[in-house]
Design a protein around this ligand. Structure first.
Ligand SMILES: *Cc1c(COP(=O)(O)O)cnc(C)c1O
Length: 495
């Protein structure tokens, strides 16, 4: 297996290259040129393994130029001791058919830990193969959770520097504090005046600027990305869908007609990983794409027209406040039958007009695979309240969007298959909103609300959130969105 660019299939690289570079030079994203297909025997074997074993089994197909020892070192390093109950992806069964796949038991209480605990290992192993001796500079644009998860993953990793940009008014107070208090000698955090798309566009621009690349090379440095445009972020996410399927099988669920997967979606990385799992033989029926009021994907799935020219909403599920879903590009490549020219044209239209449409054929394929729906903030809070009242299950705002859209789906289609619902953050990460959904009481401080939420719901506060209360704020900088490059040079001391 090799990796090709979504915008130019003649660009063909190894896994280590794809991961070390993050993005292809002409702006395309790296995708595998073939996928493994798992048989019933594979799934029999996989069921008997623990999460680390399953991860190694799946990942070896995607890390074609890694040795078995390297894969073992990477996977063990990432998933040993960093998740609070040993299993990084446990399932809570809630009500009929709802299997909540809790992906937030890692160090930053969001699902991004599943990928970002592993990525630094993959990236440093890749860099050794492809660019020995160079320092890797990780640039991240974040709508909240990626930033903290990447900082935790990369802190004090030798031969790396990491710089995170986040929208100053676009993240929750808890997310902001998590990032601004980050420890480590190689970490840099900067808020920007703008929204997430501004941050993401800024980072992409820096990445693809040849003059900047040359300047870094002079200092023996090279960029890479920890955003979900990096293949090293996506591969680890395929693992938990394979693993969840194994867990359903082990429980003796009837899966002859398959099961549905519901994903609260922003940049389209998580749901794309579920699609890849389906492609590899996991019997997923519908991929249900759940959005908040920034429902550009709902409209796209329902009409075949992607149009980012719309009002941007700051919602209570901020990690999904996104109008340009980067990983959709990989999906378009799949849907168009690996038509790199067509993808390049669509992406060019997206950047010039903020809009593109797909052919009837692509639209039909999309409708067969996906179902799209969205919830506004009020519906999201109501869903959290209902879930707690009905099942005593407390979920965060993003997960609630998925649960609510799943209910819409069942109402519309009467589909009775079991569902895996991706739960992407701990409720304590968004304690203010979650609290307001379950009680009228509140305090006047963030951590007061955290404690109150624990009292009112009899649930435990995750350790990483507890520790934040007395954390020292290290980063206070806010920069203009067109001054991001200066901030990078300053952090790297190469001005
Ligand atoms: C990042 C994030 C999402 C969106 O995931 P994508 O892979 O970008 O679609 C959803 N929920 C939470 C809590 C997140 O951190």
């Amino acid at each position: 297996m090799n990796y090709v660019s979504t915008r130019d299939k003649s660009v063909k690289v190894t896994a280590a290259n794809a991961i070390a570079r993050g993005i292809s030079a002409e702006g395309g994203l790296f995708v595998p040129d073939t996928f493994p297909t798992f048989t019933a025997e594979d799934f029999d074997r996989l069921q008997k393994l623990d999460y680390i074993g399953r991860a190694k089994y799946v990942l070896k197909y995607f890390l074609n130029d890694f040795t078995d020892d390297e894969i073992d070192y990477c996977v063990r390093g990432a998933y040993t001791g960093s998740f609070d109950n040993g299993n990084p992806a446990p399932i809570s069964v809630v009500g009929k058919n709802m299997n909540i796949l809790e992906l937030w038991h890692g160090p930053t209480c969001a699902f991004k830990d599943l990928a970002l605990q592993l990525l630094p290992y993959l990236l440093t192993t890749s860099a050794k193969k492809t660019a020995a001796g160079k320092k890797t500079v990780i640039l991240v644009a974040t709508s909240g959770d990626t930033g903290k998860a990447a900082l935790e993953g990369f802190k004090d990793v030798p031969d790396t520097e990491i710089m995170v940009f986040y929208p100053s008014d676009g993240v929750s107070p808890m997310q902001k504090l998590q990032m601004d208090s980050q420890k480590g000698g190689n970490v840099h955090v900067c808020a920007i005046k703008g929204n997430f798309d501004d941050a993401q566009t800024g980072v992409k621009k820096i990445f693809t600027d040849n003059a900047v690349k040359e300047k870094l090379a002079e200092h023996n440095m090279q960029f890479s990305s920890a955003n979900s445009i990096n293949w090293g972020r996506l591969a680890p996410q395929i693992v938990y869908y394979v693993s969840a399927y194994c867990d359903l099988l082990l429980r003796g669920e009837d899966l002859n007609d398959g099961f549905n997967v519901v994903v609260p979606t922003g940049n389209f990385g998580n749901i794309l990983a579920a699609y890849y799992a389906k492609k590899m033989g996991v019997p997923i029926n519908k991929l249900i794409c759940a959005s908040n009021s920034n429902n550009v994907l709902t409209d796209f799935i329902n009409t075949g027209v992607y149009d980012r020219n719309r009002k941007f909403f700051t919602t209570i599920s901020p990690s999904m406040d996104i109008l340009i879903s980067s990983n959709l590009e990989r999906m378009l490549f799949e849907l168009s039958g690996c038509d790199d020219k067509a993808v390049a044209v669509m992406q060019a239209k997206l950047s010039s007009d903020g809009k593109f449409s797909v052919s009837e054929e692509v639209k039909d394929k999309m409708e067969e695979l996906f179902w799209g729906g969205y919830l506004d903030d009020k519906q999201t809070l109501d869903t959290i309240g209902d879930m707690f009242k009905e099942y005593g299950y407390l979920c965060d705002t993003h997960t609630a969007v998925a649960v609510g859209v799943y209910k819409q789906y069942v109402t519309k289609t009467k589909d009775g298959r079991p569902a895996i619902i991706a739960s992407t953050a701990s409720p304590y990460k968004f304690a203010d909103s979650v609290l307001s959904a379950v009680t009228d009481k509140k305090t006047d401080s963030e951590f007061g609300n955290v404690r109150l939420l624990s009292e009112v719901t009899s649930t435990d506060i995750p350790e990483p959130i507890k520790m934040l209360e007395n954390a020292e704020v290290r980063f206070k900088e806010i920069c203009d969105k067109d001054k991001m490059l200066d901030a990078v040079y300053e952090a790297l001391k190469i001005k």
